[in-house]
Write a protein of this length. Sequence first.
Length: 234
Amino acid sequence: MILRSILLFFCCCFYFTAHAQSPDVNALIGKVKDKLNKVQDFEADVTIKVDVEFLKAPESKAKLYFKQPNKTKLESTGFAMLPKQGTGLPVAMLLEGNYTALYSGKETTNGKNLTIVKVIPASDTGDVILSTLWIDEKRSVVEKITSSTRRGTVQLDFTYKEYISLGLPSTVKISFDLPNFSLPKTLTGDIGGSDNSAKKKPPSKQVKGSATLTYSKYSINKGLSDSIFTDKKK
């Protein structure tokens, strides 16, 4: 609680020293959420490429299921888990609860005018302490998120193609800097393969790496059953 209060204090100080004509960030976030709320559920094919120094992993195929507000399931024979901040609709899930949003400036990247917004969750019990969003005001989509969590940092970079009107990305790159004990087994070499080179131990307590998810064959708003997200006991 103390840490969250300190973060809020410094963010507020930054806010009041920023440009006097700052945009209404709550209205901006509202437009992003309105777009995402059009998606009640989806399933998609996902190609996963992991890049971690100690892990030799082949490109994997998976099926991703998502249902509002926060149900996510990834089916794959090669990968069972990824850092949870990067799958499903990560922007919608980040903005699901109560939070404080503060304007933090402007930035031009690849010809896009982006508005930077700091988001501090109201709850002190979640994993995310502070997130920074780079929002494309013109298209009402989030281009990038960096999140400071209790275990490390995660960055998400989004690209959009044919489903930008619904805020659904074509690719998501998840970059992480996390303690090796907090990584899923599938990102520490325990992926059930026979190649011993894929089972090297992490070289240090803190592990940096990335995973790129490429989406295809979206099937949207087909009324996915809740039973899809129920773990079936063998």
